[in-house]
Write a protein that binds this ligand. Structure first.
Ligand SMILES: [Zn+2]
Length: 447
């Protein structure tokens, strides 16, 4: 077997193990059980000369760190960070056992195959390979298998950056997600996630006056008011903002000039997105240029013959970088209009977005390494609407990217459907490419 084939086999086996461990995080403190994947990774590193540190933020909520110390204290430290938890599944929607870790025709199936146990495993494979080769870099390499990303990092990245910062302190961070090739006329484009929106969750509490359901005329029904609240929030569109990252991303796609102009014009992007295909790209175009409001949960009413006096509507708001939690509340009041005085806004989570420049020495190294592995390719900046652990580092001013390297076997248009979706899977060639890329990047950048 060639070296690269060995890497592919190792990464595949490790990924299957991590999938089978089913570290399902449903958002409750007692879920996750990331200790199982920490154990698997520690066993995988055994005998390579790497020693592991464990950090538990709660029972079973274990994050694992191993490191290759650099020889030059002035050289940069790179942190490779992969989360070890996954989101729950609905098995009835799957063609295969979501926790079986099956490999069929070069495709690994299972929850976490793309989010993000694939990257967690390929980062581990490269780290072990480097250690076994006697790699003595100038800069330090830290590998972090982190718990609780899927519920916001309370027992993982948030805990580590707040309570154990010395353990994870680095000059650069790479985590999920990116590197799924987009074919363009001039060659392959490899997106690097450089920023994400701020997660802002709001609960709108709508009040009314209770009464008898048999006589609804001229009553003050909280549910009827809430229906109008939902309608206003769902149709509300704050003015578009064009961030430089979005402008660069669109330019790199090499679209028709008129479409590119429309998608980067705050006055025209919404209308352009209305007719854009495929639908996934339309949603991305909207999300990357707007703070978005999605009313997703409603609770209220007690009995069929009682007019309800309290209804709550939970709205998932994703704020563009630069839009503060206070701005979000102002937008909600604008959306509510004359109903604003009848609605109380509670804020269970209000976070700023985060951004990192792609003009850094690490990005230069990523550019060199990917161009060697995928001739004619180019890394390009990308924004994401979802949240990742990268934000905890960006908020501290540490450049943090989302990246990996994928083959073209699974088209880039499929990936958005697999994150938290059914039939999550990855091809083993992508595992090989990523493992090779991490190793080459560490040698280039830390060397
Ligand atoms: Zn993830």
């Amino acid at each position: 077997m060639t070296d690269d084939t060995t890497l592919e086999t190792e990464a595949t086996e490790l990924l299957c193990t991590l999938i089978r461990n089913a570290c399902v995080n449903d958002g409750t403190p007692a879920s996750g059980h990331e200790e199982r994947n920490a154990d698997a990774l520690e066993a995988y590193f055994a005998g390579s000369g790497l020693s592991c540190e464990r950090y538990a933020a709660g029972p079973g909520r274990v994050s694992l760190i191993t490191r290759i110390a650099g020889t030059d204290a002035k050289a940069p430290t790179l942190l490779l960070m992969g989360h070890t938890d996954v989101v729950p599944v609905n098995p009835s929607g799957w063609e295969r056992d979501p926790f079986g870790g099956e490999v069929v025709d070069g495709i690994v199936w299972g929850r976490g195959a793309t989010d993000m146990l694939n990257i967690t495993s390929t980062m581990a494979v490269a780290t072990r390979r480097l250690a076994r080769s006697g790699f003595r870099p100038r800069g330090s390499l830290i590998y972090l298998a982190v718990a609780d990303e899927e519920a916001g990092g309370t027992y993982g990245a948030s805990f580590l950056t707040a309570e154990q910062y010395d353990a994870v302190k680095a000059d650069y961070v790479i985590t999920e997600s990116g590197g799924v090739p987009i074919p363009a006329r001039s060659g392959i484009k490899l997106p690097v996630t450089v920023g994400e929106k701020g997660v802002n969750w709001r609960r709108l509490v709508v009040r009314g006056t209770p009464g008898h359901g048999s006589m609804p005329f001229r009553t003050d029904n909280a549910l009827v008011t809430a229906a109008e609240v939902v309608r206003r929030v769902a149709t509300y569109q704050p003015r578009a903002r064009i961030l430089e990252e979005w402008r660069r991303y669109v330019a790199e796609l090499e679209l028709a000039p008129e479409l590119e102009a429309a998608l980067t014009d705050p006055d025209r992007v919404l209308e352009a997105a209305e007719h854009l295909e495929p639908l996934g790209f339309a949603r991305l175009a909207h999300a990357c240029t707007h703070t978005t409001f999605s009313p997703n949960v409603v609770q209220g009413g007690s009995k069929i013959n009682v007019i309800p006096d309290r209804v709550t509507v939970d709205v998932d708001v994703r704020a563009l970088p630069g839009v503060s939690p206070l701005d979000v509340d102002a937008m909600l009041r604008e959306a509510l209009g004359d109903l604003a005085s009848r609605v109380e806004i509670e804020a269970p989570r209000g976070q700023e977005g985060s951004r990192t420049s792609l003009d850094t020495p690490l990005a230069d190294a990523m550019r060199r390494v990917t161009q060697a592995l995928v001739p004619g390719s180019k890394i390009i900046p990308r924004l994401t609407g979802g949240g990742t652990d990268a934000r905890y580092f960006r908020w501290k001013g540490v450049p943090a990217y989302g990246f990996a390297l994928h083959s073209q076997r699974i088209p880039y248009t499929e990936y958005p459907l697999m994150f938290h979706g059914n039939n999550e899977r990855v091809d083993t060639e992508s595992l090989r490419l990523s493992a090779v890329m991490w190793e080459a990047l560490c040698r280039d950048f830390l060397g």
